[in-house]
Design a protein around this ligand. Structure first.
Ligand code: SF4
Length: 103
């Protein structure tokens, strides 16, 4: 019993520190460049108002990463992670065609 509790504690600590590390790593992660091939495929722009509206007709004014369900930061974060761009950060004022309004 004692040993399983210890194992649990060690595992929890490991998970917690991995999480803390990945948060830190993400804060230092490079910002997505608009020239990035994934960014080009998804029509990502750092400034949502510069989205090519002819090409991405689904874009509507007011949509940006900061209010997208995929944005991994707080609404006040200027940049945060996004699963479309693993290991990189997107601008809260940005937009891409995978945009999905936060519920
Ligand atoms: S999926 Fe959402 S948060 Fe990620 S780049 Fe596109 S609009 Fe921004």
């Amino acid at each position: 019993m004692k040993s399983s509790r210890r194992t649990f504690l060690i595992t929890s600590l490991g998970v917690a520190s991995t999480f803390a590390l990945s948060r830190q790593a993400l804060a230092d992660a490079p910002k997505v460049a608009e020239t990035d091939p994934t960014a080009q495929a998804l029509g990502y722009k750092e400034d949502a108002s510069k989205v090519d509206k002819a090409k991405f007709a689904k874009y509507a004014a007011g949509q940006d990463c900061g209010n997208c369900s995929f944005f991994q930061g707080k609404a006040t974060d200027a940049y945060a992670g996004c699963p479309m761009f693993a290991g990189k950060q997107v601008a809260s004022k940005g937009w891409c065609s995978a945009y999905n309004k936060k519920a």
